[in-house]
Design a protein around this ligand. Structure first.
Ligand code: MSP
Length: 638
């Protein structure tokens, strides 16, 4: 049986899932389901990317071990995929023992053959993106990917000889169909390869939550090397020995992802595979972002984008349909609750729902649900029949190019045409006039249209499509076959419930707004409730002192930071604080603040910050915590 290996990104277990996160995985699921219906043996891989400094920090903040921290979040994302009917074959976790061993072996092999070497890293690091940058790659001094502040990083590190593979990677991108859409190829070649591809640091020593380099355990394998390897370790690859799944499924037919991580998949990943002497994946597709008020991340208030909430309210298929239909291939799409609700009403409830409901009702009303070909064929059937006959080819062509939006457009064109066909042929008039044979044929045409559209909808809205088949009295097909007019000779149909209830958009928007407010409140409560209890001894380890602000200035090229000169008793010290949006330097001078005096110093923007000043925050508001009456600087806060 022909094999098809498909992967979606393994997610950071952030716990803040929004609808945008669901896009890649639902998209992958539509492709996986379509290929299975085509008779292919599909291996669909997804999972979680659990290592790195960011997780280590968040776990420490929560007072738990990183593994305990990720376990809960992994269970949550698995339940999200279940809720959305994602039919993955395997869920890999980068904390799986077999993956960890395999990454160690891969690293060792690359080191032994000279593709990895030890040197010193000096540059910048963006912790949220877990990415190294050189000074020249920064955009206005910030991470070019996410726009956030970067930290100075200088450490002994292992390097991967990416530069050695630059010519082959360039050729792969420019001379093959490896990366789609085309626009991303230019971006990669111009911005990264032709700008000079340097060797990359592939180990870190400043934290411990990751895969230790086996032969130098102070070093942790760079998270992207760890993460990208999942595509082969999931198939049992462990550095050299071939595994049965590797032989069966590798190379991947499709790596699907959003555009921001195309760089890793089209430069570092093929170079790693070249170094390992493995065949290269056939295709990388980088899709656009679902935008929330112009942003990839959802920070918007008033728009519920929690997929669990939306799923509970509108069902998995409505969300799947919206995501797959709203996003044109490779481009971004803007999310609004209104657009989601309108799609549900117009496409799913009106167009699809009405066709299925009207046809089903007439089946029962005129022929007791028993439909077969009528004797009176008419030329007026030709256009809709031709459309039915063309549809499978069109959907297949779209899906071969991984374009679910186009496939759905075509399916809904047929649904629209079938609805029009009802209006034109007027079955109720035929019944009144006693034209039974013509009426029978008209209903047969309609049932065929519902069957063909319903079957082709299976990859996109599986539950709805199965219900349509149930209404037609047919088993859910396991293969795309008989997708031409006339292939189903007769029907014994059943009445089914409405596929999608009509939504009152105004009312729903109102409800969603209330839900969004409630979620915000819950978040605040959760933050307060989830803080772990500490002992008085724990608390006493924190030294809080009153400090007077002697001088204050903005930190160059950092919108959020102020540099404060503080008087703490007889001592003076510098503290950098992220309060520039709330206070001007002039306002700060003379204020008495509360300082966490025994924090380890940290370098921010080249300035050593010794301590942290306390603030209270609520939503968008932030205010300094100050002593209620005048008290000398240096006074202890207890
Ligand atoms: N862990 C890495 C991937 C490693 S793959 C070897 C990662 N994780 S992530 O959790 O930050 O994002 C996972 C994926 O979520 C993104 O690649 C993208 O496919 C998807 N999306 C997250 N936000 C999105 C939108 N707003 N819109 C569309 N897709 C989005 O990156």
């Amino acid at each position: 049986m022909e094999k098809f290996y498909l992967t979606t990104p393994i997610y950071y277990p952030s716990g803040k899932w929004h609808l945008g996160h669901c896009y890649t995985t639902v998209y992958g699921d539509a492709v996986a389901r379509f290929k299975r219906l085509e008779g292919l043996d599909v291996f669909y891989l997804t999972g979680t990317d659990e290592h790195g400094q960011k997780i280590e920090k968040r776990a420490a903040d929560a007072g738990v071990t990183p593994k305990a921290f990720v376990d809960g979040l992994v269970a949550e994302i698995q339940s999200l995929w279940r809720e959305l009917n994602v039919s993955y074959t395997k869920f890999i976790r980068t904390t799986d023992e077999s993956h960890v061993r395999a990454v160690q072996n891969i690293f060792k092999r690359l080191y032994e053959q000279g593709d990895i070497y030890k040197s010193k890293y000096k540059g910048k690091y963006c912790t949220p993106c877990e990415s190294f940058w050189t000074e020249s790659q920064l955009k206005d001094g910030k991470c070019p990917d996410c726009g956030r502040d970067v930290q100075d990083a200088e450490e002994e590190s292992y390097f991967f000889r990416l530069s050695k593979y630059a010519p082959r990677v360039r050729e792969l991108l420019t001379k093959s169909d490896y990366l789609k859409p085309e626009s991303r190829v230019n971006e990669m070649v111009n911005n990264f390869i032709d700008a000079g591809l340097e060797d990359i640091a592939v180990s870190r020593t400043s934290f411990t939550w990751g895969v230790p380099v086996e032969f130098d355990p102070g070093h942790i394998v760079y998270v992207w090397v760890d993460a990208l390897s999942n595509y082969i370790t999931a198939l049992g690859y462990n550095g050299d020995a071939p595994s049965a799944d590797m032989q069966a499924y590798w190379p991947a037919d499709l790596h699907l992802m959003a555009k921001e991580i195309v760089r890793f998949h089209s430069i570092i990943w093929p170079a790693m595979l070249m170094a390992l002497d493995l065949p290269l994946p056939k295709k990388v597709v980088g899709h656009g972002w679902l935008l929330f008020g112009g942003d990839k991340m959802s920070k918007s208030k008033g728009n519920v984008v929690d997929p669990f909430v939306l799923k509970a309210r509108y069902g998995a298929d409505a969300l799947r349909y919206y995501l797959l239909r709203a996003m044109p291939f490779g481009a971004d799409g803007a999310y609004t609750s209104e657009a989601l609700l309108t799609r549900i009403n117009t496409d799913l409830c009106n167009d699809l729902g009405n066709l299925v409901r009207r046809t089903g009702k007439m089946n029962v009303q005129y022929f007791n649900g028993e439909i077969s070909r009528g004797q009176a064929v008419s030329g007026e059937d030709d256009p809709v029949v031709a459309q039915m006959n063309a549809l499978y080819g069109e959907v297949k062509a779209a899906m071969d190019e991984y374009k679910p939006q186009r496939a759905l457009e075509k399916i809904f064109d047929l649904i629209g045409a079938a609805n029009k066909y009802i209006d034109v042929t007027k079955p109720w008039a035929l019944a009144k006039e006693g034209q039974t044979e013509r009426l029978r044929e008209v209903l047969y045409v309609l049932n065929e249209a519902v069957r063909i559209a319903g079957t082709l909808l299976l990859p996109f809205v599986p539950q709805t499509a199965a219900k349509i088949m149930e209404g037609l009295g047919l088993a859910v097909p396991e293969r795309n076959k008989d997708l031409a007019f006339g292939k189903q000779k007769a029907y014994r149909t059943k009445e089914i419930d409405a596929l999608f209830p009509r939504l009152n958009v105004e009312k729903e928007l109102d409800e969603l707004e209330k839900l969004a407010d409630k979620k915000e409140e819950e978040k605040v409560e959760e933050k307060t409730e989830s803080a772990p209890l500490i002992t008085i001894d724990d608390f006493c380890r924190v030294q809080l002192r009153v400090a007077e602000v002697l001088a204050c200035e903005k930190v160059e090229k950092a919108d959020k930071l102020l540099k404060l000169t503080l008087k703490v008793g007889d001592e003076q010290r510098t503290v950098v604080s992220g309060i520039a949006k709330y206070y001007t330097p002039e306002e700060m001078v003379g204020k008495r603040v509360v300082l966490v005096a025994n924090l380890q110093p940290r370098v921010m923007r080249g300035i050593e910050s010794r301590g942290m000043i306390l603030c209270a925050s609520e939503g968008d508001k932030l205010t300094l915590v100050t002593p209620e009456s005048l008290i000398g600087s240096g006074a202890e806060v207890c």
